[in-house]
Design a protein around this ligand. Structure first.
Ligand code: GLN
Length: 586
């Protein structure tokens, strides 16, 4: 790279703080809505758990798929700034539609229609916003600037400041126990998005500049011939002729149809999953076949793809936070703090990650800067491998915590908190560094589209995470607790199939076991009776994932240790080779 500069001026350009603030409000809006969304479907629209879980999973997958559209449009036609503003506006409209849905929640048909319309706006809005704001961060610096990893880590603090305050504020207004109040939470998310948009519009001209003072993101990068010549002085860009691009569209279009068919009809994946997984292969394939790419550019893009592939396993294990780890917090964690006589609400565990990012991100910035000065800073692929290793370590710690634990018994919440903190360290090694790496490796004219490919791994991972969380050993839902109608109020445990007959015969109240908390049962004999039944059930019904038997929590957590551990080791051994393929970029 001709313009590579290795000596970095001190401090960071002011533009980074504008991107920080804009992204903070956008993530506030995203995570604020996410914190309420499942509850809204369950408690206001009265959807069942399976249906709302499906909608939730599809939403979090699609939100990270549409960046392909937003990245493409920005690189080719609109430039980053216009795309970010359009995305912000779409998302504000989406949140407002959810607010309206919440106003009409008693009329389920109208509310559901408004909700789906709102989700559509949010999905497309995020597509225009997320890849573009992410690719702008790196453009504030010259190509070889060693501060880029730190810059993305600062940006990532913005992401997490937003996600930390979101559940607190939107939850305060929306999650009050009255279904009519959800709308206020959605309105708060809408206002947050508008604040981000206005901040961006007001300050973009002043602060979003390259070190030499040129405005960033005004014209599409692929149209800026001067930039392209600067970026690629030797080889230049070969003319891509129209015929070959049409041929490419046809070839990749055909591959897409075949893959979709295989996933949907042969492997029985759901529609959304089939769209996401097939595009995870086709979109990167189409991009890398672009005839305008030089050999070096292509080799660097391969590095992005290979690492993005490993990162799928990171997020699939990490995102258990919203699913299986939340069941674990709810059912198997002793959340009581004796000293204050207080029980920590399950939802609070969701904040441990965001809070630890805010606390530890500066520490990581210092570590990278110090190591860099000594010439010992690990290259991006190695940092990603360390991130995966830490993820495996987090699960290993909790696996030991639950080893030999009788079902229904609870462990100290320190185990879960340790897991989240170790995972945060992993995330700091992997996620902001990944964004920075994509920015360094992508040719400028594909900067946002390749950022979208990076997010595509999150889309695939979110979908995969849902499948994996289905392996959480949950025999308890097969049982029902039957409270006798007689005076003594005694409780009996029966298989669920008996529910109806018992109800009919004795007029007894049946409480599904997953609705009550084990620790609340005081009768010792009953407790041990339940425990024995649970143990028996677990032994009788183990689930297997690719030949691996999961009959208890230890097995379940070890699955993630193996998955992330294997990914980490393979990436570690690949990292040297990858470094060569990066052609001079670290
Ligand atoms: N917490 C990050 C964010 O919301 C995670 C992004 C990702 O790639 N999964 O931006």
């Amino acid at each position: 790279m001709a313009s590579e500069i290795n000596t970095a001026p001190k401090g960071h350009p002011k533009g980074i703080y504008l991107l920080f603030a804009t992204e903070m409000w956008e993530r506030f809006s995203y995570y604020g809505m996410r914190a309420l969304f499942s509850l809204y479907m369950l408690n206001a629209l009265l959807f069942d758990k399976a249906y709302s879980g499906q909608i939730y999973g599809s939403y979090t997958g699609l939100v990270y798929l549409t960046p392909l559209i937003g990245g493409y449009v920005a690189d080719r036609y609109w430039g980053n700034r216009r795309s970010i503003i359009a995305g912000a506006l779409l998302m504000a409209i989406g949140q407002f539609l959810l607010f309206l849905s919440g106003c009409f929640f008693e009329n389920v048909d109208t509310a559901t229609m408004l909700m789906f319309l709102g989700l559509g706006f949010l999905i497309f809005g995020n597509g225009f916003f997320k890849p573009n704001i992410s690719s702008m961060v790196g453009q504030l610096y010259v190509p070889g600037d060693s501060r880029k990893d730190s810059a993305y880590t600062i940006f990532y603090m913005g992401v997490n400041t937003g996600s930390f305050i979101a559940p607190l504020i939107c939850g305060f207004f929306g999650d009050t126990g009255h279904p009519a109040d959800f709308r206020w939470g959605f309105l708060a998310a809408c206002i947050g998005m508008l604040l981000g948009m206005v901040t961006f519009i007001l300050f973009k001209d002043k602060y979003l500049l390259t070190p030499s003072g040129e405005a960033i993101g005004v014209t599409p990068n692929s149209k800026d011939i001067n930039k392209i010549k600067k970026e690629n002085p030797v080889e230049g860009i070969s003319e891509s002729n129209k015929k070959s691009s049409l041929r490419l569209i046809l070839i990749w279009g055909a591959i897409w149809i075949i893959l979709f068919y295989l996933l949907y009809a042969v492997l029985d994946t759901d529609v959304i999953g089939s769209i996401i997984f097939s595009l995870t292969v086709v979109a990167p394939g189409y991009i890398i076949s672009d005839p305008s790419l030089t050999k070096i550019e292509r080799s660097r893009i391969w590095v992005i793809y290979i690492i993005a592939f490993f990162v799928i396993f990171f997020w699939a294990a990490f995102e258990q936070a919203g699913a299986s780890l939340t069941y674990f917090a709810e059912e198997q964690t002793d959340r009581h703090i004796g000293l204050f006589g207080w029980t920590v609400p399950t939802s609070y565990f969701q904040s441990v990650n965001a809070l630890s990012i805010i606390v530890f991100a500066p520490v990581f910035v210092i570590i990278w800067t110090k190591l860099n000065k000594k010439g010992k800073e690990p290259a991006s692929p190695l940092k990603q491998s360390i991130g995966l290793f830490l993820l495996a370590l987090g699960y290993l710690v909790i696996a030991f915590g639950v080893k030999g634990l009788a079902p229904g018994m609870k462990v100290s919440m320190l185990w879960l908190v340790s897991l989240y903190v170790i995972h945060t360290f992993g995330e700091l090694c992997l996620s902001p560094i990944g964004l920075s790496m994509v920015n360094k490796l992508a040719p400028l004219r594909f900067a946002s589209l390749l950022m979208a490919v990076w997010y595509l791994s999150t889309a695939a991972a979110n979908k995969f995470a849902g499948t994996l969380s289905g392996y959480y050993p949950q025999p308890i839902i097969e049982l029902a607790l039957v409270q006798s109608a007689e005076k003594d109020n005694s409780l009996t445990l029966l298989p669920k199939d008996f529910e109806e007959s018992v109800m009919e015969k004795d007029g007894a109240a049946v409480i599904p076991f997953d609705k009550i908390t084990f620790s609340k049962i005081e009768d010792k004999t009953l407790k041990s009776h339940i425990q024995n039944s649970l143990e028996k059930q677990q032994l009788e019904n183990p689930k297997t994932f690719m030949g691996y038997r999961i009959s208890n929590l230890y097995d379940f957590f070890m699955l993630f240790v193996f998955m992330a551990g294997a990914a980490s080791v393979i990436l570690f051994f690949l990292s040297r080779r990858l470094l060569k393929m990066m052609h001079g970029i670290k």
